[in-house]
Ligand binder design. Structure first.
Ligand SMILES: C[S@@+](CC[C@H](N)C(=O)[O-])C[C@H]1O[C@@H](n2cnc3c(N)ncnc32)[C@H](O)[C@@H]1O
Length: 235
């Protein structure tokens, strides 16, 4: 199987072509099912209907090695649907991670200022020697490559903790390849799948343009940039 690339396609069709038990760790950020649009009008495919959710996680479970882990971000307004899909696939819920932000993404009944992910197990993974905490500070990514771009600084500790060195990290909803860039920066193999040709193109450019380590450095730089200050003031 060819690794260290991002495939353009629907993960519900691409994952069935992958061998069983090929991934050491799955780290993914699927659509939150919220019909998201950013200020520039950028949107996300499959962000309304949930028909892809069960098949995608069924396949994710199949391609994950036994006794291994998956971390999936999710939209808290649709927790019930995500939970049902993970359980139906066979995953055990073994952790919940909160990412507090220094700014609010939206403000209505509350100032919404955190992201969430679940830690899901296939079988019984061995605990890491030094387990990381389940509260991980968020840094603003700048959303330069993708409207919901995840910061490398929150992805790398998850990869280092849950994927053996040299192992394969799979992201079936890869967007602009943040997971893949993070995996590469810490010496893991990577494989991504992305449905939208625009974001797939951005991901390919990003993977080709950055050498290992540079992307993480740039992300840290952006976290302290004026855009964070702006978001904090605007919240
Ligand atoms: C929340 S975004 C991921 C953003 C990514 N974490 C980043 O930092 O760029 C989810 C992505 O999943 C893609 N997507 C939606 N349905 C998909 C499917 N069936 N197969 C593959 N990708 C899909 C969307 O186009 C979108 O780019």
């Amino acid at each position: 199987m060819q690794t260290n690339r991002i495939i353009l396609g629907d993960c519900c069709r691409v994952m069935p072509t992958l061998p069983p038990a090929c991934a050491d760790f799955i780290l993914t950020d699927p659509p939150y099912l919220v019909n998201y649009k950013d200020r520039e009008g950028r949107s996300i495919k499959n962000d309304i209907e949930a028909d892809w959710l069960m098949p995608a996680f069924r396949e994710a479970y199949r391609v994950l090695k036994p006794d291994s882990l998956c971390v999936s971000f999710y939209g808290w307004t649709k927790t019930d649907l995500f939970y049902a899909a993970w359980k139906a696939a066979g995953f055990r819920i073994v952790g919940h991670i909160t990412f507090p932000k220094r700014y609010a993404s939206a403000s209505r009944l509350m100032r919404y200022s955190h992201e969430n992910a679940y830690l899901l197990a296939k079988g019984s993974p061995r605990p890491p020697e030094r387990p990381i905490g389940d509260v991980i500070d968020w840094s603003y990514s700048g959303n330069r490559h993708h409207p919901t771009e995840k910061p490398l600084s929150v992805l790398t500790p998850l990869i280092e903790s849950f994927c053996p060195r040299g192992g394969l990290v799979l992201d079936p909803f890869a967007g602009s390849a943040s997971t893949l860039v993070a995996a590469r920066s810490v010496g893991r193999q990577y494989l991504g799948i992305e449905l939208d040709p625009t974001y797939h193109g951005a991901a390919v450019r990003r993977l080709n343009g950055y050498s290992a380590g540079q992307a993480a450095y740039l992300d840290r730089e952006r976290a302290t940039s004026a855009s964070v200050y702006y978001m904090e003031r605007a919240a």
